[in-house]
Design a protein around this ligand. Structure first.
Ligand code: MN
Length: 487
């Protein structure tokens, strides 16, 4: 149990990073010294594990330090001003954000909503607070068996209904899968047992089947001149398997699930993705209707890969996923991949430098406009609309604009400001000129160019997706057409 467990996870920590993380570790260790977890472990294990999860996401040193300190105010009554004095404004701000999120307990629908509201308010200030809360929840779920029985279900439910969807929403597939699997046995104990029973011996059998396929595949890829690649297998998460079982075409039969274990090929670039797909289809017959090109059209949360299902050696039906290293990182770490900083404090990918989430400010406004007393509705709206099918885009400065799936550059322009929307003349997505009605993808960096005396065209009403944009377009067009209105 030492701070090196964290440091060793970082790719290129600076001396400064190491110092601040070590200092936070020492401080937390001392603050929690007399405290134990219900498991009997020394308490420091918990912030340490939380910080390790944050470090795996390659987030910045201050977020890691805040993860180490996340329980000192809540559990040990250390005052915020002491954190500020010792660690500076930013870390104190993150720690207090995490503490505030933990203040409300989730017992019934009414309080759920309240908790969510708080969560969002904290998000509005800094998304890193959410990352720490997710990491904290991950470790608490891993140790849920030590918690009194009557509390277990509530915590697991909250995880399944609130935390896992947030992880999904942020595109952190790995977090979503782990949180769901951890909650699964507490929420659906019977079904959990059943799925486990059905899987008995299956993984081993499937792994065995795949050894030969994997060997042949590697040989053939090399023969075609591609050397920079890796082939691994990924095991489907249990809860996601359980969800799949409920689809009518699966008919509760494990024989109908082809991606129990999938082969995952990671290559250098997009060109190699398609080359490898060709190589595979040359070796084995693909199942019709199972070839999916999520590179040309990514999933709403930004996921990119090629998927195919083939009749492999001995007719074993096998799913294969092909993607680049960058796509792989983004699929595992989601928005955190955009958030990761190098030691020089420059972003690792894209042009994202501003960790503020302006999109949540919009949400807070929207939230305020919801009448009092409609809390149940509010929760439903959040569950249905907010978590699903959203895309994050960035301004050239790195502000995040949150839009519904299918939104175009027109929506983006109006989301920035009505004047920008009304005078938009052209859009650049990832540095390329595109038409204003281009549908945006997760992670797109969008630049809107404006022209004086421009006005929105009627056609935009069809192309815009958000009600905000539509409203503004209508009102701008009315201003330009006084005569029509008089009729
Ligand atoms: Mn905690």
């Amino acid at each position: 149990m030492s701070v090196n467990e964290i440091i060793n996870l970082l790719k290129n920590p600076s001396q400064n990073d190491i110092e601040i993380i070590t200092k936070a570790f020492e401080f937390a260790k001392e603050a929690h010294e007399d405290q134990k977890r219900l498991s009997g472990d020394p308490f420091i294990i918990h912030p340490l594990e939380t910080a390790k999860t944050i470090a795996k996401l390659q987030l910045d040193a201050k977020t890691i330090a805040a993860a180490l300190l996340h329980d000192v105010c809540e559990d040990k009554n250390v005052e915020e001003k002491i954190i500020r004095k010792k660690f500076g404004e930013e870390i104190a701000f993150l720690v207090s954000g995490v503490t505030k999120l933990g203040e409300i307990k989730y017992k019934d629908a009414e309080l759920k909503t309240e908790n969510l509201r708080k969560m969002f308010l904290a998000m509005a200030k800094d998304i890193r607070v959410i990352f720490i809360r997710l990491a904290d929840r991950m470790h608490n779920m891993q140790t849920l068996q030590f918690i009194p029985k009557e509390k277990q279900r509530r915590i697991a439910e909250e995880t399944l209904e609130i935390y896992a969807p947030i992880a999904n929403r942020l595109g952190i597939g790995e977090f979503k899968g782990q949180l769901q699997d951890l909650a699964f046995p507490y929420i659906y104990p019977e079904e959990y047992k059943k799925v486990k029973e059905m899987l008995k011996g299956r993984y081993e059998q499937k792994e065995h089947e795949l050894i030969k396929t994997k060997y042949e595949l590697e040989k053939e890829i090399k023969k075609n001149g591609i050397n920079d690649f890796s082939v691994d297998s990924r095991i489907k998460h249990l809860y996601s398997l359980f969800q799949k079982f409920q689809r009518p075409e699966i008919n509760m039969d494990i024989e109908n699930i082809y991606d129990l274990i999938a082969l995952r090929i990671i290559v250098k670039n997009v060109e190699d993705c398609y080359k490898v797909l060709g190589i595979i289809h040359n070796m084995w017959k693909p199942l019709p209707g199972k070839i999916k090109d999520y590179i040309a059209t990514s999933k709403p949360n930004g996921y990119q890969s090629l998927h195919t299902t083939i009749f492999a050696i001995d007719g074993a039906i096998t799913e294969i996923q092909i993607r680049t290293k960058k796509m792989h990182e983004e699929a595992e770490y989601g928005i955190a991949a955009h958030w990761a900083y190098t030691e020089s404090n420059k972003p690792r990918t894209g042009g994202v430098v501003n960790p503020r989430m302006s999109w949540v400010n919009q949400l807070v406004d929207w939230q305020k406009s919801i009448a009092q007393g409609q809390t149940q509705d509010f929760l439903e709206t959040l569950k249905l609309d907010f978590f699903k099918d959203r895309v994050f885009c960035f301004t050239p400065k790195g502000d995040v604009i949150d839009l519904p799936e299918g939104a175009t550059a027109i929506d983006f322009a109006y989301a920035i400001h009505s004047d920008i929307g009304n005078s938009a003349s052209a859009a650049k997505v990832n540095n390329k000129f595109v038409s204003l009605d281009t549908i945006l993808k997760n992670g797109d960096i969008v630049e809107i160019q404006t022209q004086k005396n421009k006005k929105p065209s009627a056609e935009w009403l069809e192309r815009a997706k958000t009600s905000l944009a539509k409203k503004q377009i209508r009102s701008a067009r009315r201003e330009h057409e006084p005569f029509k209105r008089a009729v």
